[in-house]
Design a protein around this ligand. Structure first.
Ligand code: GTP
Ligand code: MG
Length: 136
């Protein structure tokens, strides 16, 4: 099975959507949460996490937004969770996301799109090391 890193972004925490979003993940058959933490991200962590986007026009506002309040970081284990949480989330732009997906149901702004989930096995390994270095 797989393991993925999920971040409930500051908008999700501010809007009281943490329970709703975690509930959707939790209800998937065979998936489980193996770590969970409320945390305010510092610049260094965000630079590591979003390094691939450095230099792009949306990078600075993205990092500022991600540091604007606490996030909920969680580790999810289970069958095809990497692809699975991305599917639950919907596409990056919430307006393009179908109703029934997290972004489609609750989002309208590209930057404030509620949730991050690792996009590949390689990203998951890299991101899990940044957020939960002690996890075995
Ligand atoms: P993450 O899970 O947060 O990594 O989202 P993603 O994988 O769906 O998108 P991507 O990694 O390409 O971009 C990271 C984040 O930058 C997105 O979630 C958006 O918040 C923001 N972002 C990406 N593309 C754009 C864009 O074209 N405009 C703006 N304003 N923000 C963007
Ligand atoms: Mg991404």
């Amino acid at each position: 099975t797989q393991r993925t890193l999920v971040l409930l972004k500051p908008d999700a925490v501010r809007r009281g959507l943490v329970g709703e979003i975690i509930g959707r993940i939790e209800r998937k058959a065979g998936w489980s949460i193996s770590a969970l933490e409320l945390r305010t991200l510092d610049q260094e962590t965000l630079e590591q996490h979003y390094g691939e986007h450095k230099g792009k026009p949306f990078y600075e506002p993205l990092v500022e937004f991600m540091a604007s309040g606490p996030v909920v970081a969680l580790v999810v284990d289970g069958e095809r969770v990497i692809e699975g949480v991305r599917a639950l989330s919907g596409p990056t732009d919430p307006i393009a996301a179908a109703p029934g997906s997290i972004r489609g149901d609750f989002g309208s702004i590209v930057r404030e799109n509620l949730i991050h989930a690792s996009d590949s096995e390689e990203s998951a390994i890299r991101e899990l090391k940044i957020f939960f270095p002690g996890l075995s």
